[in-house]
Design a protein around this ligand. Structure first.
Ligand code: ACO
Length: 325
């Protein structure tokens, strides 16, 4: 099997900022509650004329430039998203067209907050086997479009954004191990009940606000901590490494208390954890993708570093990945 790594990173965050103080005017909440319970201070909001593919295009262009590759060099485009522009065609196909990446096979991956790690893992398989040479993997979301802005339990948590990576064969290092898991028996903990084939969009689904995220946050919190800690242990063992060998952890950014509880379980010091939740909130598949991009650009990841990606989300689904940079 060929060695595969990330050779370019990019991101795009919409310009509009929604602060906790702005939310105080919309629902019965406070900056103090949101900050202490979640670690979030602000999040980005897509403009009215921006769809998920628009965010993905900007992040993808930056990643291609960073990788010094042309769109025509890309043979596989995977977009992890739960907020596609429309049910079909896929965001990946829309992205292909915008980039003129005419040699690419394109599909979307629906694995909620673990979507980017799922997409990375799938792309790695295609590249390691030699099926394709270069892949573009994007995590892009406009969660503001599926957020119930009258529900204080959820509306303070989510934001919009996109992160992208280019993946290619490398001579040494690269992805050392990956681990994915799913548990559909807990699907009811986090879902959008309406708007699909079970409850197609109707006046009733709109009136009952079924087209928005419904979440049992408390239950998910505990599962997120234990599952992400377990995923980290499994994927590190697969790579023949231990927690002490990790230079930087890029966790999914759902709640700072989840991240800190997970780190404590693993015995990882806070300085080894990358955080951007304060600025962006939970952007589902875009969270790990943008965090990875920012960590690279800020010099927090250097050549030879061991990087651990770890994510958990609706499904339930989870995934982790160890990369030697
Ligand atoms: N402002 C003020 N009070 C609030 C707010 C708010 N925005 N939201 C909830 N509360 C209140 C509740 O009503 C409750 O009040 P009560 O005690 O009078 O009933 C109280 O605060 C405590 O509510 P909890 O739900 O117990 O609060 P908790 O500390 O669990 O925090 C949170 C809630 C932030 C949602 C947390 O549970 C969490 O982060 N869960 C995990 C989310 C997650 O990981 N999701 C998976 C990934 S997302 C994806 O896949 C798309």
């Amino acid at each position: 099997m060929r060695k595969v790594s990330i050779v370019g990173v990019g991101k795009y965050l919409p310009k509009k900022i929604l602060t906790n103080c702005d939310l105080e005017k919309m629902v019965d909440t406070s900056d103090e509650w949101i900050t202490t319970r979640t670690g979030i201070k602000q999040r980005r909001m897509a403009a009215k004329n921006e769809a998920t593919s628009d965010l993905a295009i900007k992040a993808a262009k930056e990643a291609l430039e960073d990788a010094h590759l042309k769109a025509q060099d890309i043979e596989l485009i995977l977009v992890a998203t739960i907020t596609p522009d429309m049910a079909f065609p896929s965001v990946a196909c829309l992205l292909q067209n915008a980039l003129l990446a005419k040699n690419a096979v394109c599909l979307d991956i629906s694995a909620a907050c673990a979507g980017f790690v799922y997409a990375l893992t799938i792309a790695q398989q295609f590249l390691a086997s030699g099926t394709y040479k270069n892949a573009l993997v994007v995590g892009a979301e406009i969660l503001s479009s599926i957020t119930d802005w009258k529900d204080r339990n959820t509306c303070v948590l989510f934001g919009d954004g996109a992160g992208a990576v280019v993946m290619s064969e490398v001579k040494s290092g690269g992805i050392l191990s990956t681990y994915l898991g799913s548990d559909g028996s807990k699907a009811d903990l986090l879902m959008i009940p309406g708007g699909g084939s079970r409850h197609p969009c109707s006046r009733e689904t709109i009136d009952k606000r079924l087209n928005y995220i419904k979440m049992q946050g408390n239950e998910l919190f505990k599962l997120a901590v234990t599952t992400m800690a377990h995923a980290a242990q499994v994927v590190l063992k697969k790579a023949g490494l231990e927690c002490k060998d990790v230079d930087l952890v890029i966790p999914h950014q759902a709640n700072i208390r989840i991240i800190m509880a997970m780190s404590k379980k693993l015995g990882l010091p806070a300085e080894k954890i990358y955080l951007n939740i304060e600025k962006y909130g939970n952007m589902s598949s875009a969270s790990t993708a943008t965090a990875l991009c920012e960590a690279v650009k800020e010099g927090r990841i250097r050549k030879g570093d061991i990087v651990l990606l770890d994510a958990f989300g609706a499904g339930l689904v989870w995934g982790a990945c160890v990369i030697k940079w």
